[in-house]
Design a protein around this ligand. Structure first.
Ligand code: GLN
Length: 308
């Protein structure tokens, strides 16, 4: 359902005007052609209330490449199925390194630093694939159910392009496999991971789909995905690791758990209150949307809705 919000709509309109007046939007991700062609003038933002009511501005219904935003959802799904044992395979400390870095793996015996750097996300997808037999299928089914958008899907062209330019991710996966920290054949895992990254969704879809993180683990249909404690844990890892080596600055400026992707999207959570998704394809050097971070900064400043 969409409605004109008494509370959020004027805030979103104000933010869109502020963003439009800002110079400098960063540059789109250029590692695959499908992302490099994105128009950096695009901007959309959506807020979903706990009941799924969504408010939006700009390109908030325009599908974009979710990329690493999906890592918040695969973490939640894997944690719901595996519980604490998941943390034997992946850590939960900020990395301070770029999202696709290899360096920490050698010093930490193939256990990646956290679930949101690429190495950690590969491990989470590997666990989810083992536990479900179809990690990307489980992810898609969950996102369709939670967003209410039965059309949500992967983009085959983006997935193929990820695979064609996937040497770094392949290196990460094979390196971890050498430590025994990957259970599936690496080519199968990479296929799952590249498909996961290629998910196309809008701000409205992703804001609504993340609602369980604001509802302390409760899904859209009232059933429980995560315990209250586990939902807190996922939000905590998003706060400390969700924007990679910019997580400190993101906490400082925005003050919310957030998960970014190189498609230019960011999902953020106000526990107990609402979820947000913002999209603008221009990125900073660390792979986070420039206008997206600025918009979330404005949101928490205007509303006072922050975890701090
Ligand atoms: N597909 C990208 C990669 O694996 C996702 C990275 C991201 O969104 N930060 O490199």
């Amino acid at each position: 359902s969409t409605a004109v919000a008494p509370a959020f709509q004027p805030v979103l309109d104000q933010i869109a005007a502020d963003i439009a007046a800002r110079p400098g939007r960063g540059r789109p991700a250029d590692y695959i052609p499908a992302l490099a062609e994105a128009d950096t003038r695009r901007f959309g933002m959506a807020v979903a209330e706990l009941d799924g009511t969504v408010y939006g501005v700009g390109d908030w219904r325009h599908p974009f490449s979710a990329q690493s935003i999906t890592k918040a959802f695969t973490l939640a799904l894997a944690l719901s199925l595996e519980g604490e044992a998941l943390w034997e395979h992946v850590g939960r400390e900020p990395s301070g390194n770029p999202f696709n870095s290899l360096v920490q793996l050698e010093y930490e015996n193939g256990i990646p630093r956290n679930p949101f750097v690429n190495a950690g996300a590969l491990v989470v997808t590997d666990r989810l694939h083992t536990l479900t037999g179809d990690a990307s299928g489980a992810l898609r089914a969950f996102l369709r159910a939670e967003s209410g958008n039965a059309e949500l899907d992967f983009d085959g062209e983006v997935a193929a392009s990820e695979a064609a330019h996937g040497d770094r991710n392949a290196a990460l996966a094979y390196f971890m496999a050498s430590y025994g920290n990957i259970g599936n054949p690496v080519p199968d895992l990479l296929e799952q991971y590249f498909r996961q990254c290629s998910l196309e969704a809008s701000c409205a879809d992703l804001a609504r789909a993340a609602g369980f993180l604001a509802r302390h683990g409760i899904r859209a249909d009232g059933s429980s995905l995560l315990s209250r404690s586990q939902a807190k844990q996922v939000n905590a890892v998003m706060l400390t690791c969700g924007t990679y080596d910019a997580a400190g600055d993101f906490a400082y400026r925005v003050g919310l758990p957030g998960k970014s992707g190189v498609g230019g999207g960011i999902v953020a959570v106000v526990p107990g209150r609402c979820t947000l998704c913002v999209w603008s394809p221009g990125l900073d050097e660390r792979g986070n949307s420039v206008a997206g971070v600025a918009a979330l900064d404005r949101f928490t400043t205007l509303t006072g809705l922050s975890v701090f």
